[in-house]
Write a protein that binds this ligand. Sequence first.
Ligand code: GLN
Length: 389
Amino acid sequence: TVSRLQPFTSTIFAEMSALAASTGSINLGQGFPDTDGPPAMLAAAQQAIADGVNQYPPGPGIAELRQAIAGQRAAEYRQPFDPDSEVLVTVGATEAIAAAMLGLVESGDEVIALEPFYDSYAAVIAMAGARLVPVRLRPDSSGRFALDPDELAAAVTDRTTVILLNTPHNPTGTVLTAQELEAVAALAISRDLLVVTDEVYEYLTFDAAAHLPIGTLPGMAERTVSISSAGKSFNVTGWKIGWACGPAPLIGAVRAAKQFLTFVGGAPFQPAVALALRDELDWVRGMAKGLQSKRDRLCSGLRDAGFEVTVPQGTYFAVAGIDRLAAPGEDGAAFCRSMPERCGVVAVPQQVFYADAGPDGPGARYIRFAFCKRDQVIDEATDRLASAD
Ligand code: GLN
């Protein structure tokens, strides 16, 4: 492995899912749902295969899907995008993020990301030869992981070119507020920065929290690349259909990188996702409502088992503090590795989402659980946790 990728040789999700499989544990680690997406969407993909939609689609994605993405952004957020020059279909949000970094960031640049950060960010920033500068979300008095605008402003240097945002935020469950986003926008405008915003959990918000795309704030459309994916909204994480939207010059740069990463992807899934974006958003809203009760189910079960729980405002993850349960000196990574044997449940250590992933790092006393699972699975998991040794 080359030196710039040495810190990134295996992902925690692969490691923990393999552990769940080899021990027969309930997997609340890697985030993927255990029920299917809207039936009409599934049928459309099957029909597309039967109809011979099995060869390379056009480079930027099929027109029908780009139109559906532009239609969804316009309808949900009044965010206008030209489907031909301002929308790019990618192989999941993962590729959109990678292509954005490779296409928009010079080697030696600094990219600011909210910490804890989704694991692919550090790896693709390194692939671009750039430096990740973390700005930490910190628990406020209510336990919500909040953004401090002063800390963000202090992280900007003459080398900063991009702020890589993520809201709703994995792994903390924070949904950035209008105030927090306005502070990011003001800074981006005053320091002439681009914003790449990962919004894959755009529909998965709870209670009064609502997703506000930063690209809709004044002065932001021309400097924002907005990224999302069908995986989280339509329960098809394995389809790997994602997209990036933004002004033509920025999307052109992302496309320049994307075409040599994968060229294109997912021909028969593209018309199915187009159908879902047009016709199945009520299904998504219903699913998100169901997730809110799953969230409450998991959080109360975790509390009963002795964890300190931060109730997430969005995503399908909940962060739990292990202070009352861990052995002296045991960090989240060791705690997660021992869970399959102690109780047959798998979670993900929060510390892997921090630049300092060590046992004394800022995430070492937290672990992350996914709740995009059937109720009986959540109940069985929390029962097992409650009766762990
Ligand atoms: N996004 C999912 C998570 O955070 C899993 C992604 C992956 O396996 N790379 O759990």
